[in-house]
Write a protein that binds this ligand. Structure first.
Ligand SMILES: NC(=O)c1ccc[n+]([C@@H]2O[C@H](COP(=O)([O-])OP(=O)(O)OC[C@H]3O[C@@H](n4cnc5c(N)ncnc54)[C@H](OP(=O)(O)O)[C@@H]3O)[C@@H](O)[C@H]2O)c1
Length: 323
């Protein structure tokens, strides 16, 4: 048996129940991970609520198909299926799985999913958030944005889960980075490497006349229309939050010349592509080029509290559940 947080219905954070369920058994190509840390992000809130409604076609129409949520894990391989070749018992591993099940002491993961070994200098708590947030940032900045050294980049939402990785990864690529956040987070965003910081409570970056090669709105708070004047003639607007207006702008700007608008659903990229980004980020973590910013740590039993905090929309970096 193992401890887990289960939810048998969609709804508020109160749907979670702390329970004992059967420990999963790995299939031939799976590893059983003794999970030491998982995370709560915006994606977890959407899974818990069953929103947007259309998503229920995949995750269960009336109630969640997977009662144990949780995308990300960091732990130790306790058992391997008979066909596993990439991992052995005792390996420290981290990653993410769209099959969920990470709000638990043990999770089975396909060896060909987004999973790799943890660098020695990284704790389980620092490792757990990497798959969702840092891989997304690599997909946006390098995959979509083709980021280049010496470009001027603006990161909106620089203090969040995506934002704190985005500032550091953009600096790693040799760009000049401006972070946008509110007053309490200005010093933190400077401390992770931003060359300058705009406090959105005091200044509107879309009205100060400065232009950027890339604007990455990690929190989807500023539209392409609002940002257009702040982009250079071939500049690009990237938003992690897709909406129908942006979809239209993406299609239009893809065929027209000049400024572009782009977005992507990172979780829907092929596993091989996400794993390649993940391995690249692992190297950046191992060499100290980037680090994971952690806001609060919660226990499994405090899952509802962690969800209520994340849904306020003001976390600083990442929320980790220590198991
Ligand atoms: N497309 C994809 O592939 C993909 C993948 C992962 C996540 N996402 C989405 O990306 C979004 C961001 O995720 P996240 O984990 O980074 O979010 P998050 O950590 O919850 O974002 C919180 C941060 O947003 C900042 N913020 C709030 N209002 C702001 C505003 N008006 N202007 C600038 N910053 C503001 C907050 O700073 P203050 O407290 O200073 O306001 C806080 O630090 C979510 O909607 C998530 O679903 C998309």
């Amino acid at each position: 048996m193992m401890r887990a947080i289960a939810s048998n219905q969609y709804g508020s954070a109160e749907v979670f129940q702390h329970c004992e369920i059967n420990k999963p058994q790995p299939k031939p190509h799976q590893v059983l991970v003794r999970n030491h840390a998982t995370t709560v992000t915006g994606a977890d809130i959407m899974m818990r609520e069953g929103k947007p409604f259309v998503g229920r076609l995949f995750i269960g129409l009336r109630k969640p198909k997977s009662t144990v949520l949780g995308f990300e894990f960091a732990g130790e391989v306790e058992q391997v299926g008979e066909a596993v070749t990439r991992f052995k018992v005792g390996d420290k591993v981290f990653g993410g799985t769209t099959h969920l099940g990470c709000y638990a002491e043990y999770v089975c993961v396909n060896e060909n999913d987004v999973i790799t070994t943890i660098p020695d200098n990284i704790s389980y708590e620092e490792a757990a958030p990497v798959n969702g947030s840092a891989v997304t940032v690599m997909n946006f900045l390098r995959g979509l944005g083709n980021i280049q050294a010496n470009q001027k980049i603006l990161i909106n939402g620089a203090s969040g889960g995506l934002g704190t990785y985005a500032v550091q990864i953009a600096k790693y690529f040799g760009t000049e980075v401006t972070g946008v956040c509110s007053t309490p987070n200005v010093e933190m965003v400077k401390s992770i490497g931003a060359d300058s910081v705009i406090d959105y409570l005091k200044e509107d970056f879309t009205k100060n006349g400065i232009q950027y090669d890339l604007i990455f709105d990690t929190v989807g708070k500023r539209s392409f229309a609002e940002c257009k004047k702040s982009l250079t003639s071939q500049g690009m607007y990237l938003s992690a939050v897709l909406n129908p207006t942006l979809l239209g702008q993406m299609m239009w700007t893809a065929i027209a010349g000049g400024k572009k608008a782009k977005s992507s659903a990172t979780g829907m990229l092929p596993i091989a592509k996400r794993l390649a980004y993940f391995e690249e980020i692992k190297t950046l973590l191992a060499t100290g080029k980037i680090k994971t910013v952690i806001d609060n740590r919660y226990t499994l039993a405090q899952m509802a509290e962690a969800h209520r905090y994340v849904e306020k929309g003001h976390k600083k970096g990442n929320i980790v559940i220590t198991i």
